[in-house]
Write a protein that binds this ligand. Structure first.
Ligand SMILES: CC(C)(COP(=O)(O)OP(=O)(O)OC[C@H]1O[C@@H](n2cnc3c(N)ncnc32)[C@H](O)[C@@H]1OP(=O)(O)O)[C@@H](O)C(=O)NCCC(=O)NCCS
Length: 171
């Protein structure tokens, strides 16, 4: 699966992106509010990237991890996870490339592609309530806040946080 937008190409994430994946996945600043990041070391990154690539080769992947490519450079990741019962969107853009609309462009393209090609029109997303960039992005995508709950555990912190859940059912 490859999705092309005006400025970006979304391609299956895999081990060949190790160095550029580490740039954001190992960075505390980049992944402060994330449940599964930052990664501890390169070994963990590599295992994740291998698993992501393997998942792409399955007839019915449980999750889809895309590399976001801009001008030939891997600048972030966008994902759709199916294994939690409903499709969950996730995103991260390398800090160097944030604030230029790349997350919005990627997420919109993935949602449109999944709706048109896989008949998947419902999406949800979760974020730490302090993660303004993430929930503003959800709102820009037309998603609505449906729930707030305690007990979120971000990997970078031992304290529990609160999270929002957003949803959308596309026409
Ligand atoms: C969330 C994230 C992916 C957004 O990436 P981005 O490419 O900078 O986002 P975009 O430029 O596409 O912005 C889309 C909208 O989100 C909102 N937004 C983005 N960054 C914002 C910020 N720092 N503060 C407030 N709103 C912000 C704006 O509404 C923006 O639309 P606008 O520019 O028309 O106002 C990025 O901040 C990131 O990687 N964060 C760290 C990883 C993370 O926390 N991921 C989410 C885990 S739940």
């Amino acid at each position: 699966m490859e999705i092309t937008t005006e400025r970006l190409i979304l391609r299956p994430l895999g081990p060949k992106y190790l160095a550029t994946y580490n740039e954001y996945a190992m960075s505390l600043e980049n992944a402060r509010y994330m449940c599964f990041l930052p990664v501890e070391d390169e070994k963990e990154s590599l295992e994740f990237l291998k698993a992501a690539e393997e998942e792409w080769s399955k007839p019915a992947p449980k999750y889809y991890e895309f590399a976001v490519i801009h001008n030939g450079v891997h600048i972030g990741g966008i994902s759709v996870h199916m294994e939690y019962g409903k499709p969950v969107l996730g995103w991260i853009i390398n800090r160097k490339y944030q604030g230029q609309g790349f997350a919005y462009e990627s997420a919109k393209a993935v949602m449109d592609y999944f709706a048109a090609n896989l008949g998947i029109r419902y999406f949800c997303a979760y974020c730490d309530t302090r993660n303004t960039a993430s929930f503003k992005l959800m709102e820009k995508l037309g998603m609505k806040r449906v729930h707030e709950s305690a007990g979120r555990k971000n990997r970078a912190s031992s304290e529990e946080a609160s999270e929002y859940k957003y949803e959308i059912e596309m026409p």
